[in-house]
Design a protein around this ligand. Sequence first.
Ligand code: HMG
Length: 417
Amino acid sequence: MKPQVGIEALAFAVPHRYLDIEDLARARGVEPAKYTAGLGAKEMAVPDPGEDAVALAATAAARLLRRNDVDPARIGMLVVGTETGVDHSKAVASHVQGLLKLPRSMRTFDAQHACFGGTAGLMAATEWIASGAGAGRVALVIATDLARYERLGAGEPTQGGGAVAMLVSERPEVLSLDVGLNGTCSMDVYDFWRPHGRREALVDGHYSIDCYLDSVAGAYRGWRERALAREVVRWGERTPSEQLARILYHVPFCKMAKKAHARVRRCDLEDGAGGATLSPEALDGASRSETSYGTQVATSLGLNARVGNAYTASLYLALVGVLHAEARALAGQRVGLFSYGSGCCGEFFSGVVGEGAARKLALADVDGVLAARERVSMEEYERVMAMPPGEPPQATPAPGTFRLVGIRDYRRVYAEG
Ligand code: HMG
């Protein structure tokens, strides 16, 4: 039997402030239903400059190692996926290594490709272990980002931030990955980008949605081809995508997952034996099935709806969210995952939820992390977002968290609570 590889444990961190999305809508003169029903948002993380990509990554990783009692000597690779790194050269991974006092005998690096960087890191770690190159060691993979758009712009209600840390090993108690089934679809497009020196992303919003949908269709078809060949799924009464217990999507805003799911269903309906017989209206209706969305997707969005976009971390927040909601029921079942990074690269992959997932998720303390946050007013949101990036407010980090406390001689200084 081939050795299993996948996620052994995970933990997450989010900024300590959040804004209710309806407060943002009212302040911007927008009907709140546009943000709640139209985008699927509830709350949005509001990071201050002390909660940068390094601080969130270190907080998530420290929680992971402490709560799961991980011996740091087991770790042979530390990879951070981020598009909001803090230096053109020095890796976020190096900062995390130093802050967590991890051993020197490991490979450390960052992976960047918009929101895809976390998945690039997860796959590098998984394939390193599966190839045997890891020689029994494990990898620490962290996805960490802050999503920031122009004030008053269309992207403003899709901001947020957070980090997810994952331990990847041959003991995948949370999710055993189907190595070798991944389907990818990449294109050279200008849908979303952030030129050097800019704090806010630039985005061609509606075009970015089209690019995401093209990419999910290509990546899903690639995964399906391999999954059919390996008889992981088959054409039959249920389409191949319906044979996945849940499908988790990259979540720039929750409604995007619904659009993506309809596109995946459409791929099956168009390509399957019955597709040719459906009228365009019937095809459209069957693609947008609320029943399928409710069963296969909706339960993964609870955490994303309360955090907003966290770029590289968003897909993995969906994983935390779905397992928080129903890990016990999903044990032993196969789920699909779609990662999208603008620019663009999309990857569809799958894995089987482990028997230990519920126990591991309890250690991630989802409710406790969310309950420790503070809701802020619109005035406070405006004040925090206007803070210069290099000048964090002087606040003592909460116990178990890290914060940027200043920049001296171009060197970033962090404190641990
Ligand atoms: P917009 O143009 O202001 O919104 O911004 P809209 O007019 O398209 O409306 C949004 C939805 O609300 C629509 O639903 C409306 O019908 C509905 P849809 O038709 O799409 O199903 N709506 C209402 N619903 C109920 N009651 C109402 C109401 N009014 C309208 N009263 C946009 C939307 C997403 C473009 C904007 O927020 C944006 O630019 N966001 C940032 C870009 C983004 O998130 N793109 C997603 C794909 S790219 C990606 O995922 C990568 C990314 O994460 C970055 C990376 O890879 O690094 C972004």
